[in-house]
Ligand binder design. Structure first.
Ligand code: NDP
Ligand code: OXD
Length: 313
């Protein structure tokens, strides 16, 4: 079979490096060119323009540039072809680093020391063993499980919440709606690594944050969200920080991105902001895997890391 052509349709960053790497093996057309081109069989996308993909009469598969695929489902005219998401060691490693970095910073009172330093305050708060802190990972998927295993190795107690029952050695697991409150009640630091779907939209709200365990060595509960911004209600997080429901938060994702300059989250003393940078999709590491999958697909093999269209992730 002839090697299918790729449409590269990305919004929000430069496609140049992706184009160079993908075109080493296949012809690549950069959007806005290519609409309706019958020789295009694959689309490699990040936030593609609505209804663009349905104009391609011979599209056979869509490859997401990210692990999350909510940006693809936002298209009202999404054609019914397989969607492949990113599952890659390099991305998983980045996310694990981010989660461990933020958990350790909250655990070791980074915010307090950063506030003390400009005032030249020499004060050591009590130190607690990691084992006294339970980190609850919401979304025990590829990224959540990898972060969980490193947190376990550091001695933290780890809980995990997922849609279906999941077993992981050393992790207390909870599933579904029935498992949510028990999971939150047993969690000091909540790490959100969920996909954005109709079921998870707005799940991080004041009511949920109120269920987190507060009587712990940290002096309050902590939120870390590296999943998606629209999982959370920014206003509820601010309220929770201000009324003591939350002690601190590390946020990589926001309801609106880039985070508007007017957002009070930027200047909040208990919030650590990163610009959706927890785990970057590096084309050098990801493009070869996409090309391999296209070759395998054309040999009649199955695609890996397929999105479950009904579940939305
Ligand atoms: P996976 O699909 O491997 O895992 C998703 C996890 O979430 C699974 O455990 C799944 O449950 C669980 N889940 C989904 N829906 C629900 C629900 N309604 N209730 C409870 N649990 C649910 O995804 P990844 O781990 O690869 O990625 C997770 C997300 O991280 C991505 O979707 C993306 O949004 C975000 N991300 C953010 C990045 C950043 O830079 N900030 C970078 C990369 C990803 P089950 O196991 O039962 O299926
Ligand atoms: C992703 C992301 O989903 O970068 O991979 O957010």
């Amino acid at each position: 079979m002839e090697k299918g052509k790729i449409l590269l349709a990305v919004t929000g960053f430069h496609p140049q490096r992706w184009r160079e790497l993908l075109s080493a093996e296949r012809e690549v057309v950069l959007e806005p060119d290519g609409a309706s081109d019958p020789s295009i069989t694959y689309a490699v996308v990040w936030k593609q323009k609505p209804n663009l993909l349905k104009s391609l009469p011979n599209l056979r598969a869509i490859f997401s540039i990210g692990a999350g695929v909510d940006h693809i489902f936002a298209d009202p005219g999404l054609p019914d072809v397989p969607i492949v998401k990113v599952v890659a060691d390099n991305l998983t490693q980045y996310m694990t680093e981010y989660v461990v970095w933020r958990v350790l910073d909250h655990h070791r009172q980074g915010m307090l020391y950063r506030a003390q330093q400009p005032k030249k305050i020499w004060h050591e708060p009590p130190q607690r063993p990691a084992g006294d802190i339970s980190v609850g990972i919401m979304g025990l998927g590829n990224l959540g499980r990898a972060a969980a295993s490193v947190l376990l190795s550091l001695g933290f107690a780890v809980n995990g919440w997922s849609r279906s029952d999941k077993a992981m050695k050393g992790v207390s697991t909870y599933a579904g709606e029935a498992g949510l409150i028990p999971f939150l009640n047993a969690t000091d630091i909540l790490v959100v690594l969920l996909p954005l779907t109709p079921d998870t939209h707005g799940i991080i709200n004041h009511g949920v944050l109120k269920e987190l365990r507060k009587r712990n060595g940290l002096g309050g509960s902590v939120l870390i969200n590296a999943g998606r911004g629209r999982l959370q209600k920014d206003a509820d997080i601010l309220r929770a920080l201000d009324d003591g429901t939350l002690k601190e938060a590390s946020l990589d994702v926001f309801e609106v991105e880039p985070l508007p300059k007017t957002s009070p989250l930027w200047g909040h003393p208990k919030v650590f902001v990163t610009p959706h940078a927890a785990a970057t999709s590096d084309p050098v590491h990801l493009a070869p895997g996409m090309l391999r999958q296209m070759d395998a697909f054309e040999r009649g093999e199955k695609l890996d890391n397929l999105v479950d269209r009904k579940a939305g992730y």
